[in-house]
Design a protein around this ligand. Structure first.
Ligand SMILES: [Zn+2]
Length: 66
């Protein structure tokens, strides 16, 4: 987990003992774990992809049959 200071742009793996920025002492410090956390995979994207593929396959089959 790394920390990022919004006041002095400090970035490092350590924060102060009280959770403050070790560079400038500001408490405007955010842990980048929350910032860089990967967004959960969007299920609607998978559904959309599946629907598109099904549509494509259905169109190919329709073309082959007609
Ligand atoms: Zn700072």
């Amino acid at each position: 987990m790394t920390y990022f200071c919004n006041d002095c742009s400090y970035r490092g793996k350590k924060s102060g003992q009280g959770g403050e920025c070790p560079a400038c002492g500001s408490f405007n410090l955010v842990s980048s774990k929350a910032q860089q956390e990967e967004p959960p995979p969007a299920k609607w994207r998978l559904v959309l992809l599946a629907v598109l593929w099904a549509y494509l396959i259905a169109m190919i089959i329709w073309k082959l049959l007609h």
